[in-house]
Design a protein around this ligand. Structure first.
Ligand SMILES: Cc1cc2nc3c(=O)[nH]c(=O)nc-3n(C[C@H](O)[C@H](O)[C@H](O)COP(=O)(O)OP(=O)(O)OC[C@H]3O[C@@H](n4cnc5c(N)ncnc54)[C@H](O)[C@@H]3O)c2cc1C
Length: 457
């Protein structure tokens, strides 16, 4: 039995369109609000059209190979029945194993599916208040009026307006015969970190540091959109910008060696790049102070110059751009609702996930859980052995003091009981386990999937 409560989904982007469809297919009446196309509305600084589910930048949803983190997430989303992926398939253009699309055909297909649905009404208006029963999926460029309402409901500190992301690398790719565990002066956050120390430290000689700085100064950068001119201040200054200010800047800033001794020599290094543990299991490590606009291949080249990081595997690259997002672990419930109103959910990039596929995936889950709540059932989330469940675990368990948006990656997944040494084999096992456990979870909680024709299975 479904209720006939009118549900308001705010934002007709990837997450909002997916969530609206999921709810409508489950029998709910949905009003999907999109401000683009409303009389007098300026839209966002990045969108160019009035179409639903416009892709603002690249035209790819990345890999379809389930042994790739993005491919695995898509395989899980297909098992749950994603209308966005179905429309992406219909608009697919050749790009090897990547799911690249003709962006106009894609958004026209999404719009057609949404407009044709008898349970969905699309209204072109800007919403500035939070709905009692609904999903807020207004994305990285949420309008100012709604952002103000969110900030006043959740506290201004819960909503960030840009991200300044440092790369995250996998623990197994760090050479721990060079990088050593210690907190500065042996005290900083030791209580939290336990006896082993909160940080891994990559010590540099003068020559190594000079070569690292020189490579950074020469590196090619992503050029930002004109609306992304972020006023840099401490905490979001790109690492390459600090390097450009003079060779000593980083050595006296985030890479200062004070309070640290290299156990191999017993001496203080010339400079130190610190790695901070990003997850509870210690499988993901954040390069402290290294938020950057360097192009991805340049990040690989430059950071691999650091002793101990010669084989670094990047789980998330650094970036700096406009992005309205919530501090989910602090501000939201596990199913990403307001803590004091469980039927007011958030989905998409505003929840602190990063990327087209990840944003769409949270739209599926928001639809599933709001349906459950309206039928008097508890919200459910897949286990952290699945990519979807692992992303949700990150959103609820990450350290709120250092919370930054996250993309799908294998470092988020629960470790295998007996991980094979071979990387390709390990990824195959992750994928097999994830899809099996998603199927069991669906069965346990009666989570139906919407088949391509739209019928529930
Ligand atoms: C400049 C830029 C480039 C990006 N490039 C990429 C990329 O190449 N690859 C990638 O994977 N990700 C990229 N991203 C991230 C990308 O935006 C998200 O991954 C994805 O679009 C998020 O989906 P979403 O549904 O959360 O938000 P969106 O797709 O942005 O949808 C949000 C919708 O809400 C509407 N809206 C906002 N406020 C209101 C309101 N108050 N009332 C009604 N409607 C409202 C907006 O008009 C928009 O249509 C980029 C982001 C930006 C800003």
């Amino acid at each position: 039995m479904t209720t006939r409560t009118e549900i308001h989904v705010i934002g007709g982007g990837l997450a909002g369109s997916e969530a609206a469809f999921q709810l409508a297919e489950r029998g709910h009446r949905v009003v999907l609000h999109e401000m683009r196309g409303a009389p007098g509305n300026q839209g966002t600084p990045a969108h160019r059209t009035e179409s639903l589910a416009e892709l603002v930048c690249s035209n790819t949803f990345k890999s379809t190979d389930a042994t790739n983190a993005h491919g695995l997430l898509k395989a899980e989303m297909r098992a749950l029945g994603s209308v966005i992926l179905e429309c992406a398939d219909a608009a697919r253009i050749p790009a090897g194993t990547a799911l690249a699309v003709d962006r106009d055909i894609f958004s026209a297909a999404v719009q057609a599916r949404i407009l044709a649905h008898p349970n969905i009404t699309v209204v072109r208006d800007e919403i500035t208040a939070l709905p009692e029963v609904g999903i807020i999926a207004t994305g990285p460029l949420t309008s100012d009026g709604l952002a103000a309402s969110i900030a006043s409901r959740l506290g201004a500190k819960s909503l960030a307006f840009y991200d300044a992301i440092a790369p995250v690398i996998s623990s197994e790719s760090i050479d721990t015969s060079i990088a050593f565990r210690a907190a500065r002066w042996g005290k900083e956050t030791m209580a939290e970190a336990g006896p082993e120390g909160a940080y891994l430290n990559c010590p540099m000689t003068k020559e190594e540091y000079d070569a690292f700085i020189a490579a950074m100064v020469e590196a090619d950068l992503y050029h930002s959109h004109e609306f992304e001119d972020i006023p840099y201040f401490e905490g979001c200054m790109p690492v390459e910008e600090m390097a450009r200010r003079g060779a000593e800047t980083l050595r006296h800033g985030p890479m200062r060696p004070v309070g640290l001794r290299d156990p191999r020599s017993g001496k203080r290094p010339w400079a130190v790049l610190q790695l901070r543990q990003e997850d509870r299991a210690g499988r993901m490590w954040n390069l402290v102070g290294c938020q950057t606009r360097m192009r991805y291949p340049e990040q690989t080249k430059v950071f691999r110059l650091v002793p101990g990081l010669g084989n670094a595997e990047f789980l998330r690259f650094g970036s700096i751009h406009r992005n309205s997002y919530l501090n989910a672990p602090q501000a939201l419930s596990p199913h990403l609702s307001l803590k004091d109103s469980e039927t007011t959910l958030f989905a998409g990039q505003i929840t602190g996930v990063e990327g087209y596929t990840e944003s769409t995936a949270t739209g599926i889950m928001a639809g599933i859980n709001l349906d459950r709540l309206l039928r008097g059932e508890r919200p459910v989330l897949p286990p952290p052995t699945t990519m979807l469940g692992a992303l949700y675990r990150h959103l609820r368990e990450a350290d709120p003091a250092h919370f930054q948006p996250m993309n799908a990656n294998f470092g988020l997944l629960e470790e295998l009981a007996d991980p094979p040494r071979d990387k390709a084999l390990k990824r195959e096992r992750y994928a097999e386990r994830a899809l099996q456990e998603l199927a069991s979870w669906r069965q346990e909680y009666g989570v139906v999937s919407l088949s391509p024709s739209g019928a529930s299975v």
